[in-house]
Ligand binder design. Sequence first.
Ligand SMILES: Cc1ncc(COP(=O)(O)O)c(C=O)c1O
Length: 431
Amino acid sequence: MRTVIHLDSEEFPKYFYNALPDLPEKIPPYLDPETNKPVSSKKLELLFPKEIVNQEFSEERFIPIPEELRDIYINLLKRPRPLVRARYLENYLNLNNRIRIYYKREDLSPTGSHKPNTAIAQLYYANKDNASLVTTETGAGQWGSAVAFSSSVFNIKAEIYMVKVSYEQKPLRRILMQLFNAAVYPSPSANTKTGKAFIKKGEMNGSLGIAISEAVEAAITKRGKYVLGSVLNAVLAHQTIIGEETIKQLQDIDEEPTDVIACFGGGSNFGGLILPFYREYFVKKKRFINLIAAEPSEVPSLSKGEYKYDYGDTAGLTPLLKMYTLGKDFIPPPIYAGGLRYHGASPLLSLLRKHNIIKPRAHDEQESRRAAEIFARTEGIVPAPETSHAIAAAIDRAIELKKKGEEGTIIIGFSGHGLLDLTFYEGKYGN
Ligand SMILES: Cc1ncc(COP(=O)(O)O)c(C=O)c1O
C-alpha cells in the first residue's frame, strides 16, 4: 500500500486548465462600476497584467504554461507535490480501509500554501509588462507572503494591504513579507482615500473587501499592477495544476474519488483542485462525484449568500461580478481563518454552485479547530486555520459514510500549514 504518491518533474502539467468552455452556461459579463455596462479588456489592462486579462476571458480549454514559467514551478516551487494517504487519521476514525482519505500537500510551497501557484504566474506576466510595482491585499498573510516572495524573484516592488485584525493577530506573517522586501500596511490605512474614509468611520478590524479597495486605489494612483489571490478565472486556471497532479496521482494507484473537498474563501484552492475533476467526471464521463466547498459558518457566502451582481471590494472600485455574496458591506467577524473572511465568491464557481455541481458545507471556528487538532495529532502536520475547515468537512463526510455502511475515497486539498498561526490553537476565539 503506497502512503505517499509522488510524480516526476516531467509529469508536471504543460497547461493551465481553463474551465470556461466546459461550463453549463456562460458567466454573466463583469460590469464596469462607472457605466454598469460590460467592462472592456482595455480598462482592465490598466489594472492587471495584460496576459491575465487575456486568460480571464479566454475560450481556450488548455492555456500553455511558458517553458520559463514551468521551470520555475518545478525548480523553485518544487512541484509536483505529494498526495498522501492519511492512514493515521483513518485509524483514529476506525475507517477499516473502506473509507480512504488522501490529502494534497500545498503546505509544502516556499511560503506554506497554494498561493504561490498563482502569485508566481501573475508576477511573471507583470514582469513581461515591465511593471516596477505590484499592489495587493492579504487577509491571513498567506497571499501576501506569496506575492512578496514572487515579487522578490522578479525584483519588483510589492505594496501589501493587510487586514488590520490579521496584521495584529499575525505579526510573524508581516515579518515574513518584510523579509521578502515588501512594504506592508495595516488596512484600513492612511495611505489611500478609501482607507482614510474607513478610519474616519471608526472601522477597527478591516476586511478583505476594504483592503482590496485600498490595493486597487494604490495601483491606479501609482501606475502599478494589481494582483489578486483568488476569485478570477485566471487565478483558478493557475491553481488547476493542483487538481491535474492529483488526478495523475490517483490514476497511479488505481483510486476513484467519491468526494473532493477543499476550503473556500474566494475559491482558488477549491477551484484549483476540483475543476480538473469536474472536467474528467462531470463533463467527460457524465459521472457525479461530491465536490464539497468547506466554508466558515461565520462567513457563509456559498451556503447563505445571494446569487447577484456585487462589487468585489467594499468601496465599489472593482467591476461588478455575478456571484454568491453576503453583500459588499458585510464585515465578517474576526475569525482566525482570515483567508476565508470574504463576502463574495468566484463567478465561475458561483455558476457551478447555482447548477448544484458543487456543494457547500459550513463549519464554525471551534468545529474546524477541533478537526485540525485531530489531524495534527494523527498525521503530524499542523493545518492552517483555513485548511482546518476542509479537514472538518472531510472528517464529517467520513463519519457519515461509515454510519451508512458505504465505501468512499475522500480527497482533501491541504491548502496550507498553520505553523505561523499557532495562536489559533490557543483557543483565543471561541471556547
Ligand atoms: C491556507 C489558505 N487556504 C485557503 C485560503 C482561501 O483562499 P481561496 O479560497 O482563494 O483558496 C487562503 C487564503 O488566504 C489560505 O491562506
